[in-house]
Write a protein that binds this ligand. Structure first.
Ligand code: WTA
Length: 664
């Protein structure tokens, strides 16, 4: 069933039977289960039942596994949509991720195992060394006058210093705003200005697929529009020549060499902000989701421990960039709070060849591997021979995140990467949820290819219609969460009303995820994609509005409507319908203009938003009230024709014209 049909059926109050049926079930391997944190379905169900009967008791017990400088007085204050977890508690997440492991048995254990892209450059940083480095970086930031509550933007590549930068901010209570290294200058400026960041931490450049990405030069462009930024700290990574502005720009190595190696971790209130991370919504500019300290720390810690079933000797590799929420929660905070060895790889999976990931797994004996469906589909396309050359027998658990995984890719992942023996944890969650919400407990819950299965402890998802009534098993509906959870985002930075409206008003009393889902007879959840205008390209969320605004900002464009169309590799691909200012609509210039517009979007937002296809139209189909009917455009982009309901359309001829364009 397409998302379009799903939203349409939900909107009209009908429930649809899903067409997709997947009957394979894989029970946890007995050997795996025997050593797992949760060893059977009965045990999972018993703990889950307890966690739902008394969530506060459950989460309080979990929170006691972290170090607190001062205990909380109440576990939860909840007045929709405002949650406060571990009220009055004081802690520091850098302390929990680093300091407590830097003393005692883990001090010489590798915390970060870093692999550079260009050569087989490897750095191993123990917890003791990490402790020293985050303290130096923290003192370096302080020496620039950066204090608790200040916002600091981080625009770096996947170097150990990126993780160190994040932790150093957490240590002094500065709120980090990590901006993915693929974003363009204007996207950086928007984010920096929204949060009024006082500093940007960056690198000269970063390596990707053998080429250098000029990060500092891009920051320099953004800096022309970001008056709040007083300091730029630059890590030397590639050694390329860059411009350094005296007084404003500082070299990372000079900064940390000039300070003391001891810096106490700031006691943070449980509800003090930890970071802001921007994500796409349906309308307007990206939202800065604000995550706080205590609840976020507890849930990322606990989900990492249980869902990846972490053991002391694991070599854990989550391939996400720290620029996305997956990198925040499952490269940095979750695994380090558990004292794990975290592998970080700087570059691309296909550099210098298609077997780079598998070589890394073989060489470093990776045991837990967490990646995205879009990557898995790319590996499948590149061919099994690139996998088969390597010994992947160290792997014991696999995970996926970011979009629904199709059963075919799931099966391939299980057989080719997991050797048929590793459990797969398909983890459903969002930037807004902060931590994993739905995923199989690997030693306990039988898996079905394509299903994220059952909720994590303390989480109560439901599948409902627009009025909040649960739909019957097997029917499609809206995925909601019925009660607050510790790692939920607390607000949209500077716009509490947008937070309430976007997440807590669609379905009465519930958090609305924006995703469609179906629950089967066993209570398993099957995610069906977004029901709104968010496009998921290779696991990256993009709002149609953002791409449209970029297009309309081009001098030749009058109007634009952007939709997602299913794509075998990327999940969804972007199709843009564009009308031009009349003086530019001469047919001979159109093919070149398509390329120009694609390039324009790349320059405005970043390559991740580049439209796959641009179609020119004389007019866009609109309702009588003037809303562009994306539903029709989506249908046209996907199937090549329109059979859906067009009765609310204002100008029928617009559709005929679009079809003509299609044929020409
Ligand atoms: C989608 C990434 C199906 C979903 C952690 C969600 C998934 C959006 C899954 C959040 C999954 C993420 N199965 N869909 N296992 N994981 N999604 O904020 O549409 O970048 O709403 O967070 O990705 O994307 P975000």
């Amino acid at each position: 069933m397409s998302m379009e049909t799903l939203s349409a059926s939900i909107a009209s109050g009908q429930n649809l039977q899903s067409i997709l049926r997947e009957n394979r079930v894989f029970s946890p391997d007995a050997g795996f289960a025997a050593k797992a944190h949760v060893q059977s379905l009965e045990e999972y169900r018993a703990i889950y039942a307890r966690s739902i009967a008394d969530p506060e008791a459950f989460w309080a017990e979990a929170a006691r596994e972290l170090d607190w400088f001062q205990p909380w007085s109440r576990v939860l204050d909840w007045k929709l949509p405002e949650a406060r977890w571990f009220v009055d508690g004081k802690l520091n997440l850098c302390h929990n991720c680093v300091d407590r492991h830097a003393v005692g048995t883990r001090s010489e254990k590798t915390a970060l195992l870093w692999v550079g892209e260009p050569s087989d450059e490897v750095r191993r940083i123990s917890y003791r060394e990490l402790h020293e480095q985050v303290q130096r970086a923290a003192n370096g930031l302080k020496s620039l006058g950066i204090r608790k509550g200040d916002r600091v933007a981080i625009y770096m590549g996947m170097t150990p210093e990126l993780a160190i930068a994040v932790l150093a901010c957490a240590r002094i209570g500065a709120v980090h705003s990590v901006i993915f290294g693929g974003f363009a200058a204007s996207a950086i400026a928007d984010r920096v200005n929204d949060a009024q960041c006082v500093a940007i931490l960056t690198q000269d450049g970063s390596w990707r697929r053998g080429a250098e990405i000029p990060l500092k030069a891009t920051v320099d462009q953004a800096l022309a529009q970001t008056p709040s930024v007083k300091h730029v700290v630059v890590l030397r990574r590639t050694g390329s020549a860059i411009a350094m502005q005296a007084g404003r720009d500082h070299w990372w190595h000079e900064l940390i060499d000039s300070v003391q190696p001891v810096c106490a971790a700031e006691p943070m209130d449980s509800e003090d902000p930890l970071y802001i991370l921007y994500t796409s919504g349906t309308t307007g500019k990206p939202k800065g989701l604000v995550h706080t300290t205590g609840g976020y720390g507890v849930q990322t810690y606990l989900t990492t421990k249980y869902i990846f079933d972490l053991r002391e000797e694991d070599v854990y590799w989550c391939t996400a960039d720290i620029g996305w929420v997956t990198g925040h929660s499952y490269v940095v905070y979750g695994p380090l709070a558990n004292g794990a060895t975290v592998l970080m790889y700087e570059g691309a999976p296909n550099y210098p060849d298609f077997s780079r990931f598998w070589k890394i797994i073989e060489e470093h004996k990776v045991t837990v591997f967490y990646t995205a469906p879009t990557a898995i589909r790319a590996f499948m396309k590149w061919g099994d021979e690139h996998v088969e050359r390597n010994d992947l027998s160290s792997l014991r658990l696999l995970g996926t995140v970011g979009e629904p995984i199709n059963p075919e890719a799931w099966m391939w992942y299980r057989e080719k990467i997991g050797g048929g023996r590793c459990p797969i944890v398909d983890t459903w969650w969002q930037t807004e949820t902060g931590g994993i919400m739905v995923a199989p407990m690997p030693g306990a819950v039988p898996t079905k290819p394509g299903s994220a299965t059952l909720p994590f402890f303390g989480i109560e998802p439901d599948v409902v219609d627009r009025s909040g009534n649960p739909v019957p098993a097997g029917s499609g509906g809206l995925l909601v969460i019925r009660r607050p959870w510790p790692s939920m985002a607390r607000t949209v930075y500077g716009d509490a009303e947008r937070y309430r409206k976007t997440y807590w008003s669609d379905v009465p009393g519930c958090y609305f995820t924006g995703d469609g889902a179906r629950r089967d007879e066993d209570g398993y959840l099957w995610l069906m994609g977004r029901v709104d205008d968010v496009i998921n390209v290779s696991g990256h969320r993009l709002g149609t509005m953002e791409v449209e605004s970029a297009l309309v900002a081009h001098a030749k464009v009058a109007e634009a409507a952007v939709v997602g169309r299913p794509d075998a590799l990327k999940g969804q691909a972007i199709v843009a319908f564009v009308t031009l200012e009349t003086e530019h609509s001469k047919p001979e210039s159109l093919p070149a203009l398509k390329d120009e517009l694609k390039q324009w979007v790349t320059q405005e937002i970043g390559a991740l938003a580049r439209p796959e296809e641009i179609r020119f139209a004389d007019v866009l189909p609109k309702t009588r009230s003037g809303k562009i009917m994306r539903r029709l455009l989506r249908e046209l982009a996907t199937t090549g024709s329109i059979v859906g309901d067009t009765t609310t359309l204002e100008d029928f001829s617009s559709l005929a014209k679009l079809r003509e364009d299609e044929e020409s």
